[in-house]
Design a binder for this molecule. Structure first.
Ligand code: SF4
Length: 621
């Protein structure tokens, strides 16, 4: 520690606040909060409370700055904001691009419905889950539909049946009360919604009690049919609850966090327990973590709760190690809930059993991840060796071009990190300039746009283009012109009419692939069942899948006016003219070429593009 830094630390206030540890280049390395700023910061340098130091971090600290807060609770909120803002390398970061399986219920529209989601947004809707698997989610949804039949149709479907004046089959099957044609009152539908909400929140006792009261009232008023329906609903709720996994016999609401660790590899298991039953679970993985467990948990919990004001606050937060947060979380959660919320690391009893249960899950998930990593590492190492790459290809990007009947061209990019798809980094490129049938020109356009973003989006270890020599040459030329050294290959399926010298043996019926490398005439033939090829194929197939999903999406939206935005070269002005001249989207979709060309402001080329676009959407895959 330099004398200047030592001086600075000694001058820090002994008040609550947030500290930012910075490198010589003024980069924020770590953000933390403390009850006593001076004591906490000093402790990193071995002079404080004897906690394990973080040598790599400490070695890089050149400066420390602090922000004072009225209490450690505000420090927790500020810490969360600063972590989001600076993304410090030594903080564990709760990834906001993580995908969850969950259910969404937006209560604002007139006839709300439950939808399945892969992302939890902060959009005013209610979110439930996360579910451990899609099986668990579907099971929960099926149970719910049986007990609380809400509509399941899309808004377009709803309008369609409303227009026809009759409900769909869901009504016949008693899985929807038929709001589309007014077969249920808004009040009765609201009751189904509140039941759904209570059920998903795990508040089954309250739910059963409400239903029972309503059943008694109905039967008292001699509405026997309604009373019988409510009785069946109560039985269904009770049966479903009985089947849910019981993790404790205490009826308390708890969030449980257990941390498993192997060196710098961490796995955090989160369980949401309501009325003794596990209603949600998720695990989070972190790599190359330097901080000690207490610090990791404090940082994680701050982001988990402070980052989401809508998150339900349980009565207790159980942790496998006491977080180093000076009571900040308990204070914040107590304030939010308007009652006392405790954060503790139990040592015995049912609470400790819960921690142990979560820990077993965390250990198992960590084990699986490390085993998968080993096999991914082996595949990457094999790829490195076979393709003579200089770097282990941990991050791979793959590009694919596809078009709809030679008209609408789209580029897709998928990214794999450590053998896993990093979906938040996927991208679709609508081709703006190149002609749709010219795959090489389309690829050139996509890669040019990609390389232009290399400052904000770091380049991968290996760039894969779907295709042979032609595609590879496009990538090589662009990289050369931009002065970028980057490993890149072309991956092409074996052709049937291959020259005998290139013919590859098939093994176990697997289709062989050819990998084209820059500066090499003949492709490399990877063993069809080898790990390296399997990894490359997975990446390429995902790029295909992603491109096709986009085309499907376009077809699905063919009936919506927004589809016009997808037509290359047709801006807002031309879209307006089209709708004005032809009356509706249907009019545009069905207009012959001559009518399109006659629309004011449109050229003959525009008309061809539009006609071709809608013809392509109609053609089969
Ligand atoms: S009955 Fe009506 S509201 Fe219910 S799912 Fe069918 S279309 Fe939708």
């Amino acid at each position: 520690m330099t004398p200047k830094l030592a001086e600075r630390i000694e001058a820090l206030p002994q008040t609550p606040g947030v500290y930012l540890m910075k490198s010589a280049k003024d980069r924020v390395l770590y953000v933390g909060k403390a009850q006593n700023l001076r004591t906490r910061v000093r402790s990193y340098f071995g002079g404080g409370d004897g906690r394990i130091q973080v040598p790599k971090l400490v070695r890089r600290i050149a400066d420390v700055s602090v922000l004072i807060t009225p209490s450690v609770k505000e420090a927790l909120l500020l810490e969360n904001e600063l972590i989001k803002q600076h993304r410090p390398p030594f903080n564990v970061r709760l990834r906001d691009d993580k995908q969850y399986l969950g259910l969404r219920l937006d209560l604002r529209p007139s006839w709300p419905r439950l939808t399945q989601v892969r992302r939890f947004e902060r959009d005013g809707a209610l979110y439930f889950g996360p579910y451990t698997s899609s099986g668990a989610l579907h099971q929960s949804l099926a149970q719910l539909r049986r007990i609380f039949p809400l509509r399941s149709c899309s808004d377009a479907g709803f309008k369609d049946y409303a227009r026809r004046g009759r409900p769909c089959i869901e009504y016949e099957m008693k899985r929807c009360p038929g709001p589309c044609v007014g077969l249920v009152t808004p009040e009765a539908y609201r009751e189904l919604l509140s039941g759904t909400e209570l059920f998903l929140r795990g508040r089954s006792e309250e739910l059963v009690e409400t239903l029972r009261e309503r059943m008694e009232a109905a039967s008292g008023a001699e509405r026997f049919e309604e009373a019988a329906r409510l009785r069946d609903r109560i039985t269904a709720v009770e049966e479903t609850v009985l089947r849910q996994q019981i993790v404790t016999d205490r009826r308390i609401e708890r969030d449980v966090f257990s941390l498993a660790r192997r060196g710098g590899e961490l796995q955090l298991q989160v369980l949401h327990v309501r009325e003794g039953r596990m209603i949600g679970a998720a695990d989070h993985a972190f790599s190359e973590v330097e901080l000690e467990d207490a610090e990791v948990l404090a940082s994680f919990l701050a982001q988990f709760y402070a980052g989401d004001a809508e998150r339900q606050v349980p009565a207790e937060v159980l942790v496998s190690v006491e977080p180093a947060d000076d009571g900040a979380l308990a204070a914040l959660l107590s304030e939010r809930a308007g009652r006392r919320v405790t954060v503790r690391a139990p040592q015995r009893g049912p609470a400790e059993e819960l921690i142990a249960f979560a820990l077993r899950n965390a250990e198992a998930a960590l084990e699986r991840r490390l085993a998968a990593r080993e096999s991914v590492d082996a595949a990457a190492a094999e790829l490195m060796e076979r393709l003579a790459l200089e770097v282990l290809p941990r991050r791979i990007e793959c590009y694919d071009i596809s078009n709809l009947a030679g008209t609408l061209a789209v580029g897709s990019r998928v990214v794999f990190e450590d053998g896993q798809p990093a979906q938040a980094r996927y991208r679709r490129y609508r081709i703006r300039e190149a002609a749709a049938g010219d795959d090489l020109a389309c690829l050139r356009e996509v890669l040019t746009r990609r390389l232009a973003k290399r400052e904000s989006e770091p380049l991968p270890d290996l760039l894969v283009v779907d295709g042979g020599r032609g595609q590879l040459a496009v990538a090589s030329a662009l990289l050369r012109d931009a002065g970028i050294e980057l490993a890149h290959v072309g991956l092409a399926k074996e052709r049937d009419a291959e020259s005998p010298s290139l013919r590859v043996k098939r093994s176990g019926g697997l289709k062989a692939e050819r990998v084209f490398l820059p500066g090499r005439l003949n492709p490399v033939l990877l063993p069809p069942s080898g790990r390296a090829l399997l990894l490359l194929q997975r990446v390429r197939d995902e790029a295909h899948r992603f491109a096709i999903a986009f085309q499907r999406d376009l077809r699905r939206r063919a009936g919506l006016t927004s589809i016009l935005e997808e037509i290359p070269g047709i801006g807002p002005g031309k879209r307006k003219s089209l709708l004005r001249a032809l009356g509706s989207l249907k009019g545009v979709r069905e207009a012959p070429l001559a009518s399109l060309a006659a629309v004011p402001g449109l050229s003959a080329r525009d008309a061809e593009v539009i006609r071709g676009f809608f013809d392509a959407l109609r053609s089969p895959d």
